[in-house]
Design a protein around this ligand. Structure first.
Ligand code: A2P
Length: 338
């Protein structure tokens, strides 16, 4: 099996290379693609340099494409990659809401990927991280309402976002004004309650992605969800405060026990020892940290929790590779030769 990464030089691309190094995915060839600017540069994979190529217009000589070069590239090129016989796992939002495109987090709805028609969508990072923690609770106790406030790292805006945090913070520390390109305001020493564009209902598209995608992944259109998405000056790992109203009352102890055995979750919850989820501890980890589990003061039998998940891993690269591994295991990584 030949695997291609499109967007290999980006922040998610780098993580895809790292995750693939230790992945159980069985493949014989890895091809790297990016913009023409990066053509000829090399990236290391399992100790060997691999040359980055400009992404061609047509089909790719690959059986699996992991795409992370943005929505417009995917929208334009993914159908051609599929026509050429590749299965595409797409990290952008280009196809997430199409009825015939599965939106998959393997711990939650891995079987949905089997129904693919060539393209499988990787969810928005905030959603992927939240559902790993919330889906087991939903299965056992039935989530009625879910209220999310996010604390999102600059990695959500790619390598350029992380670079901007560092260079603009450096400016401020040297007495200069911070500028901004990737974010709507300067990011150093700031929090910005504005990610993606505002919708007619007053929510941003980032906030609505959490609503639409959580419903699609958990297979429950009746879920009542509200989100406030906020950019903060951290490099990577998104954190989220989540309040859940439940059909059946739960205790914090029962939730801790449930999540202790849930796939993809690390319960980190001992406030007396100052243990709770944080970007500093969750960055670089495959599991999503969950803690601050407590009884809601607002909803009877409801639960409040705090999660931190590496946006570049579970929120992007890791989830994409896990979809591929899961599909290969289930025999669904079939190549429909065009
Ligand atoms: P490049 O590094 O050559 O610009 P990030 O999300 O971190 O900004 O990364 C975006 C990724 O998408 C990079 O690998 C970038 O490559 C790639 N990319 C940007 N524009 C194109 C394009 N027109 N065709 C293919 N890849 C692209």
């Amino acid at each position: 099996m030949r695997v291609a990464i499109v967007g290999a030089t980006g922040a998610v691309g780098h993580e895809l290379l790292k995750v693939l190094e230790t992945s159980s995915l069985d493949f014989s060839e890895l091809q790297l693609y990016a913009s023409p600017r990066s053509a000829g540069s090399t990236l290391e994979f399992r100790g060997q340099p691999l040359t980055v190529q400009a992404t061609p217009d047509g089909a790719l000589p690959a059986d699996l494409v992991l795409a992370s070069a943005g929505g417009s590239i995917s929208k334009e090129k993914a159908p051609r990659w599929v026509e050429g016989g590749a299965v595409v796992i797409d990290n952008s939002s280009a196809f997430r809401y199409d009825d015939d495109v599965p939106l998959v987090v393997p711990e939650v709805n891995g079987e949905a990927a089997l129904g693919h028609k060539g393209i499988i969508a990787n969810p928005n990072c905030t959603t992927a991280i939240a559902v790993v923690a919330v889906a087991p609770i939903h299965r056992k106790y039935g989530v009625k309402r879910m209220i999310v406030s996010t604390y999102q790292a600059t990695s959500g805006a790619g390598q350029k976002g992380m670079d901007e945090l560092l260079t603009e913070t450096h400016k401020v520390l040297h007495g200069q004004d911070a500028g901004h390109h990737e974010f709507v305001h300067p990011i150093p020493f700031n929090v910005i309650p504005h990610i993606d564009v505002f919708q007619d209902n007053g929510y941003t598209k980032e906030e609505m992605k959490v609503v639409w995608e959580t419903r699609k992944i958990m297979g429950d259109e009746s879920l009542q969800i509200s989100c406030t998405a906020v950019r903060i000056p951290t490099l990577r790992t998104h954190s989220e405060a989540i309040t859940l109203e439940l059909e059946r009352p739960a205790t914090p102890e029962a939730i801790r026990e449930l999540l202790a055995t849930a796939a993809g979750v690390e319960v980190r919850d001992d406030p007396s020892a100052k243990l709770y989820p944080m970007p500093l501890t969750a960055s670089g980890k495959y599991d999503v940290e969950v803690g601050r589990i407590r009884q809601s003061l607002v909803f009877d039998g409801g639960i409040e929790l705090f999660v931190a998940g590496d946006q570049l891993l579970k929120g992007a690269a890791l989830n994409a590779v896990q979809i591929a591994e899961d599909l290969q295991r289930r025999g669904g990584l079939k190549v429909q030769r065009g």
